[in-house]
Design a protein around this ligand. Structure first.
Ligand code: SF4
Length: 356
């Protein structure tokens, strides 16, 4: 780091450490931010008047149990193989995870890209390959491209089981339910696609600041500094973009077009939170023929009734307030989805030793 950046970093950290303005409760919505905040030890650099709260931005964590159950049900059919990213294998459904169901004959393959599913299906026409497509606005364009390729190439044995969610509606639901939050660290990856303007109506309606941040320690600190400076002495909503190298106000319009062509907004159930109108995306029009039964998966049952993932995801309690955290529930013995994914709040707090 050159001298100028070192001085800038020192000025930012001095300000944040000595901040004595109105109490700030800043939610980092994105799971990657949760991980980065722990990795860089950012809470230790902040005044006691600045609290960071983890939110519902880990896609695996917010998939309801009905989605996991449906994935297992499909994988037990004789001619079906489910393909997923690794995290999802261990997420508990209402009774078991996909990994546990392998003992009963569930067939699942881990993939590194959605397009691996197409390659597998072409080589094995005797099976239907169902790709578990979870994510947010960030990954939706890739899933759209995949669906287009399957349809355009006429590949008969690929389907998608989707659980794609969108951010604005869940933020609105959190604010309307009284979440103890008065600023947001807006997710950088989502903003690349949507543009920073997606946060403007929320900033205006709830009169709170949104700071779009990258994922390096300095980028997160800059965004926190922006929020603190804005709040200290002023009030009202504002969107600040601290990730201008990749985020524009309008976002990636090509990707937005892809999403609109392949998906339509639907109600979605978030694990532990419930159903939120307009917070999901489902395959539309001709692409709906590729759907492996994603709609109407509304049942959300905790395998361990003591799991408090819902309250953790809403920022109502820190992970350590769950009585199972680090005792019964560890990354090796996850009782809830938030302990499975490296982006999950409970796992991040467990592994990073985060205390606040
Ligand atoms: Fe659920 Fe485990 Fe987190 Fe508790 S620590 S809320 S049981 S995932």
């Amino acid at each position: 780091m050159d001298k100028r950046n070192t001085e800038l970093l020192r000025a930012i950290t001095d300000y944040l450490k000595n901040y004595d303005g109105p109490e700030l409760r800043i939610m980092e919505v994105c799971g990657s931010h949760t991980g980065a905040i722990a990795k860089y030890g950012i809470p230790q650099l902040l005044s006691d008047r600045i609290h960071l709260i983890s939110g519902p931005g880990c896609p695996v964590c917010v998939a309801p149990s009905a989605y996991i159950d449906r994935m297992i049900e499909l994988s037990l059919q004789p001619d079906v193989i489910v393909t997923t990213f690794g995290d999802l294998l261990r997420v508990p459904g209402s009774r078991e995870s996909l990994s546990e169901a392998k003992g009963r004959g569930a067939k699942a393959r881990m993939v590194y890209s959605p397009f691996d599913t197409i390659d597998l299906a072409k080589k094995d026409p005797a099976h239907t390959y169902v790709f578990a497509a979870l994510g947010f606005e960030t990954t939706a364009p890739v899933y759209a491209l995949m669906a287009r390729q399957v349809l355009e190439d006429g590949i008969p044995n690929v389907k998608l089981l989707t659980a794609i969610k969108t951010m604005p509606a869940v933020i609105r639901a959190l604010m309307d339910s009284g979440a103890p939050v008065n600023a947001f660290l807006a997710p950088g990856h989502v903003s690349v696609v949507t543009g920073s303007r997606i946060w403007e109506p929320l900033a205006e309606q709830y009169e709170i600041p949104f700071a779009v941040a990258g994922f390096q320690g300095i980028e997160i600190l800059e965004a926190l500094y922006g929020i603190a400076r804005w709040t200290n002495g002023r009030s009202g909503g504002r969107v600040m973009n601290f990730y201008p190298s990749v985020v524009s106000r309008a976002g990636n319009e090509e990707a937005q077009t892809q999403i609109r062509e392949v998906f339509e907004p639907v109600s979605a159930v978030w694990r532990g939170i419930g159903e939120i109108e307009g917070s999901g995306l489902a395959l539309r029009g001709p692409y709906a023929a590729l759907d492996a039964g994603s709609r109407g998966l509304s049942r959300d049952v905790r395998k361990n009734k003591a799991c408090r993932c819902g309250e953790v995801l809403c920022g109502k309690i820190p992970p350590t307030a769950c009585p199972l955290h680090g005792k019964v529930c560890t990354p090796l013995t996850p009782q809830g989805a938030c302990m499975v994914s490296p982006e999950g709040s409970c796992r991040t707090w467990f592994e990073g030793g985060r205390k606040r």
